[in-house]
Design a protein around this ligand. Structure first.
Ligand code: AHG
Ligand code: MN
Ligand code: MN
Length: 343
């Protein structure tokens, strides 16, 4: 029988044998995984658990919150605040950062999350997920422990020390990187443990599948229109091959498909809200997903620049996103740069 490796054992081996993660980070990841298990239980209850529907409140970004957005946020905070590994947390669903209360020890890590990604899919029983990103709190003067502030979170995505997501779909799968490739763990519901089911995830460099919300087509910028139009012309156009399209409206589910079989995902800037750089959030969505995709051999840009190089100026900052199979992302990015050069 092939040996089953639990997430706990995997993380201990990463720490002990490979020296890839310190014990504090291992503890943090264990606790995030435990929180995801608790969220999965709530998600699975559906109508029986009274977890569906709107909470009739709005988050700081003016989006209506679903009950599960709030439940998932609370589960993540409750699970993480007492462990001593974190200084503070930030979430898509909270206006400002959540500093670990004084009654608990403060650690050196910062945790960011989109507690429930794909909210519009909760009530229709389509895959949703939790996305997370971990940074180290900067410490300019090692002799002094400065109180944690919002600006400590404003680090480029390339500074992340761990990132991942948990998808609540037909299976519950935790996908993780600590900077040495991407691993996937499937939740064994009978044992209550995440079990390693794939290591060294690789995204094919080429693809015939694209994901974008086509209903926004008339609002897109010319380079995005050009790229999608070429895909739609398929064999009869410059691409010389037919493309397929998928749009799940849960970034976790679209990214999970891309990590599993390739593809390109785009949520570009559009003219509906010209002053916003995009819909998706840099800190809770684009950075962790961008890093996972890069770690699996793919690429992630905002159409012009590598996502992980962007220096954030605000916690809830938005960004355009193009990620997935390397050659397609490079093509979309090249179309933007060409258009800029002609302006
Ligand atoms: P969230 O539910 O966390 O607000 O995120 C939803 C995001 C993302 O998951 C998805 O790709 C996109 O919004 C869907 O947008 P459309 O509704 O425009 O399709
Ligand atoms: Mn989201
Ligand atoms: Mn969300």
């Amino acid at each position: 029988m092939t040996q089953r490796i639990s997430l706990t054992r995997y993380l201990i081996e990463q720490q002990r044998q490979h020296g890839l993660i310190p014990s504090e980070l291992r503890l943090l990841l264990e606790i995030v995984a435990r929180a995801c298990k608790r969220i999965a239980i709530q998600v699975n209850k559906g109508a029986l658990g009274e977890v569906l529907g709107s909470a009739e409140s709005e988050n700081v970004q003016g989006e209506v919150q679903k009950k599960l957005d709030i439940i998932a946020n609370e589960v993540l905070i409750d699970a993480n605040e007492w462990g001593g590994h974190l200084a503070a947390m930030a979430s898509e669903e909270m206006d400002t950062i959540y500093v670990v209360p004084n009654r608990y020890p403060q650690g050196e890590y910062l945790l960011m999350f989109d507690p429930l990604d794909g909210s519009s899919n909760i009530d229709v029983n389509v895959s949703i997920g939790t996305i997370f990103s971990v940074l180290k709190k900067p410490n300019d003067d090692p002799k002094m422990v400065e109180p944690v502030r919002e600006k400590d979170f404003l680090q480029a995505g390339k500074q992340q020390v761990a990132a991942g997501y948990c998808i609540y779909g037909p299976q519950t799968t935790l996908v993780l990187t600590v900077g040495h490739g991407v691993s996937m763990f499937t939740l064994d519901r009978e044992q209550g443990t995440f079990v390693l089911t794939q290591e060294n995830v690789r995204i094919p460099e080429d693809t015939k599948e694209f994901a974008i919300n086509m209903s926004n087509m008339r609002h897109w910028d010319a380079p995005v229109k050009r790229y999608v139009e070429e895909c739609l012309y398929g064999k009869d156009g410059v691409r010389g091959k037919d493309f397929n399209m998928r749009w799940i409206a849960s970034m976790v589910a679209d990214v999970h498909r891309i990590l599993s079989r390739g593809g390109v995902f785009m949520y570009p800037w559009d003219q509906r809200e010209p002053n916003k750089p995009g819909k998706l959030r840099l800190m809770y969505e684009a950075n962790p997903m961008g890093w996972l995709v890069e770690q699996a051999g793919g690429a992630a840009t905002n159409g012009r620049q590598r996502i992980l190089d962007i220096a954030p100026t605000e916690l809830h900052q938005r960004v355009s996103v193009v990620l997935g199979s390397k050659n397609e992302v490079e093509r979309v990015t090249a179309y933007h740069l060409e258009a800029d050069a002609q302006r």
